[in-house]
Ligand binder design. Structure first.
Ligand code: CP3
Length: 328
């Protein structure tokens, strides 16, 4: 059987010494995101090393809140910080119409990439799904369970609904511009969909993602769209059917036999090696690669991790995984 295509979430990042060096040169993480020359350089670094089948634009899902007018900064070693959104008034003050224009340096990165990448290497553009982006906008930081956004959605439902509308429209415009600049595929990261009970999942993960996909199609975007609703579990088939994404990312907790039975005939599956096995390495890692590929034998499938590469990953393990995927 021919090997599936392979790329890895967070394939550009701190586990690579050349990334750390370029980030140093840029000054900070956000400076790196907004410098088209350096951002395209770090996007290309893992392609040069490993020859992945796809490249993912180097940027962040939190650039949209910043472009909407919310203050964003990164505390070294701690992660993102935003000035928390507190109510409907703060939502109404967001600059929906100006957001996509504020991100013009990102489209410049995309266009540099499309002309530097080998023709056979697909370029993936991305954004966060409205729910996941909103969780950071409301809490002002990462939290273990996104309680602030969940509570906000229960207590101030109209304001939360308005925030979803803002995020659907600004994200659609942002992704349209990425595609116009040369992105071949789009991925929507819904990292925090798994904290939602069923009705809330339908309301805040599925419905805004569906609206975003519909809006993109209405704007003339025809490229494939990958949805990644992390932690969605048994709600994955419903997510796929209702959002109309073309492919779905599976996190490491999704059982392979279940995914093959419930999803593989309906969509393209992508995943789902545990990022910590990529840290551990050895036979366990290589066997897990085999098990995943064998499970999806004969089905449309893209090999990936179940979440992003972590900083302590030895770079040589990444090379061993790519080699194993291609030469089994
Ligand atoms: O995958 C790639 O190579 C493309 C680039 C990319 C980054 N972030 C770069 C990044 C992508 C696709 C993202 C998505 C993203 N950003 C998500 C969704 C996916 C996921 O990982 O769950 C989320 C939730 C964010 C928000 C964010 N950005 C957090 C919570 C953090 C801090 C955590 C961490 O890993 O430090 C970031 C920072 C970030 N984004 C880094 C990178 C390479 C590390 C920054 C650094 O260099 O110090």
């Amino acid at each position: 059987m021919s090997p599936p295509p392979v790329w890895l979430m967070r394939q550009a990042g701190r586990y690579l010494p050349e990334y750390r060096e370029t980030r140093e040169k840029a000054g900070g993480f956000l400076d790196l995101c907004f410098d088209p020359k350096l951002a395209s350089e770090v996007t290309l670094q893992p392609i040069r090393r490993y020859g992945f089948d796809a490249s993912i634009l180097f940027a962040d899902i939190l650039l949209i809140p910043q472009a909407l007018g919310q203050k964003l900064w990164f505390e070294t070693g701690e992660g993102p910080r935003l000035e928390p959104l507190e109510d409907g008034k703060a939502v109404a003050a967001l600059d929906v119409d100006g957001a996509a224009d504020a991100l013009s340096s990102i489209y410049e990165t995309v266009s540099i990439l499309r002309s530097s990448l080998p023709g056979e290497t697909d370029l993936i553009g991305f954004a966060g799904s409205p729910w996941t982006v909103a969780t950071y906008m409301i809490a002002g930081r990462g939290t273990p369970d996104q309680a602030p956004a969940r509570l906000f959605a229960y207590q101030q439902r109209d304001a939360f609904e308005a925030l979803m509308d803002v995020l659907v429209e600004s994200t659609a415009q942002y992704l349209l511009r990425q595609v116009q600049a040369g992105a071949d595929i789009l991925q929507l990261f819904d990292t925090w969909s798994g904290v939602l009970p069923e009705d809330e999942f339908a309301r805040w993960s599925i419905a805004p993602t569906k609206a975003l996909v519909e809006r993109l199609r209405a704007l003339g975007v025809t490229v494939p769209i990958i949805g990644f609703p992390k932690g969605a579990g048994p709600l994955l088939p419903r997510y796929v059917a209702e959002t109309a994404v073309d492919a779905v990312g599976l996190d490491p907790s999704v059982p392979l036999s279940w995914a093959v039975a419930e999803l593989a005939d309906k969509t393209v599956c992508q995943g789902n090696l545990d990022p910590l096995l990529l840290v551990a390495g050895g036979d366990k890692m290589l066997k897990a690669v085999d098990t995943i590929i064998e499970a999806f034998d004969g089905k449309p499938f893209v090999f990936n991790l179940g979440h992003g590469i972590v900083p302590q990953t030895p770079p040589e393990h990444v090379g061993q995984v790519v080699e194993r995927v291609r030469n089994r």
